[in-house]
Design a protein around this ligand. Structure first.
Ligand SMILES: NC(=O)C1=CN([C@@H]2O[C@H](COP(=O)(O)OP(=O)(O)OC[C@H]3O[C@@H](n4cnc5c(N)ncnc54)[C@H](O)[C@@H]3O)[C@@H](O)[C@H]2O)C=CC1
Ligand SMILES: O=C(O)[C@@H]1CCC=N1
Length: 293
């Protein structure tokens, strides 16, 4: 069910592949920025964006062409749909006849939360290869987490192709589609939980009398360094068991010390229960989004 690859193991398969990104919003931009920062030729990326102001911004920022959804899809082998779930149907209808007219097999990659591959397949000509991906915004800096699931007509080659296309923007895992609602709750929405924690800690630090810029530096560097410790462990041992989190936490927690006092307060305030309920709510919302359209 789970094949995970570290970034950096990319091949050359995608050097010449044209990619159409339909929807140049936050996640579309993160993908484009990550792909270009990794060395992809801007002439191989097209964006279609409803807002002309946004389209101009993207084209200026990245030196890529902005086209209509139909023209972008026609020019590309890989069509990435990066619009809100409620806009996916109309975006796909705009490119409808491109599949029939084209002599190459195009792959449709949906980044939309909640929408199943079977629903997506019902909006494109029968037999079209559809791959569902749950990305996250750290793609912007090449540190994304993308989980890839194959639709009914997507071959192993299609999945390998899409995985390789995404490797330059972070880590890629292949999972069964049944996992994707939970994945969305964990890694798709996850950056927002982290940013909330940063905000909360910075505000708390200010309440303790630290200047806000210093508080921000302390918090961000602490999280960055802590995350790097996991990577160091993985590099050293080749695995990342969840017990590593406990061990690293124990190493900070002196008996009767400051950390133990803080952790006891987190437990008293129901921190773990809040996390459990929050991720459950995100998972349920993803399921619901799939039923809405
Ligand atoms: N923002 C995030 O962190 C993540 C978002 N996603 C998924 O990515 C999709 C996009 O989300 P965001 O980028 O946050 O939304 P967004 O609202 O920032 O971007 C969507 C963009 O699509 C454009 N658009 C709408 N219909 C269009 C059409 N027919 N043709 C061309 N452009 C069109 C809009 O003008 C807008 O700029 C959603 O389906 C969401 O579930 C998935 C993972 C993470
Ligand atoms: O909030 C959302 O619906 C999207 C999907 C995952 C992250 N952002």
């Amino acid at each position: 069910m789970f094949i995970s690859r570290l970034p950096g193991s990319r091949g050359t398969l995608h050097a010449m592949t044209n990619i159409a990104v339909i929807g140049g919003g936050r996640i579309g931009e993160a993908l484009i920025a990550g792909l270009l920062a990794s060395g992809r030729d801007p002439r191989t990326v097209f964006v279609s964006e409803k807002s002309s102001e946004r389209a101009t911004q993207l084209s200026r920022r990245f030196g890529i062409r902005t086209l209509s959804a139909r023209d972008a899809a026609e020019a590309a082998d890989t069509i990435v749909v990066a619009v809100k779930p409620g806009d996916v149907e109309s975006a796909l209808s705009e490119i409808g006849d491109v599949f029939e007219l084209s002599d190459n097999d195009k792959v449709v990659v949906s980044l939309a939360a909640g929408l199943s591959t079977s629903w997506l397949e019902s909006k494109v000509p029968a037999g079209t290869a559809v791959v569902r991906v749950m990305p996250n915004t750290p793609m912007l800096v090449g540190k994304g987490m993308c989980v890839v699931s194959a639709g009914r007509y997507a071959t192993d080659e299609n999945v390998a192709f899409v995985s390789e296309l995404l490797e330059p923007v972070g880590r890629v895992a292949v999972m069964a589609e049944s996992a994707l609602d939970a994945v969305t709750a964990v890694s798709g929405s996850g950056p927002a939980y982290f940013f909330l924690m940063v905000e909360a800690m910075v505000d708390a630090a200010v309440a303790l009398g630290l200047p806000r810029p210093a508080a921000m530096e302390l918090v961000v560097q602490t999280f960055l360094g802590s995350a790097e410790m996991f990577l160091a462990e993985e590099k050293q041992t080749g695995t990342l068991p969840s017990a590593v989190a406990s061990e690293l936490r124990y190493a900070v927690t002196s008996p009767g010390g400051t950390t133990a006092a803080a952790l006891a307060e987190f437990e008293r305030q129901g921190f773990r229960a809040a996390v459990l309920d929050a991720l459950g709510a995100a998972r349920d919302r993803s399921v619901k989004l799939g039923e809405l359209y």
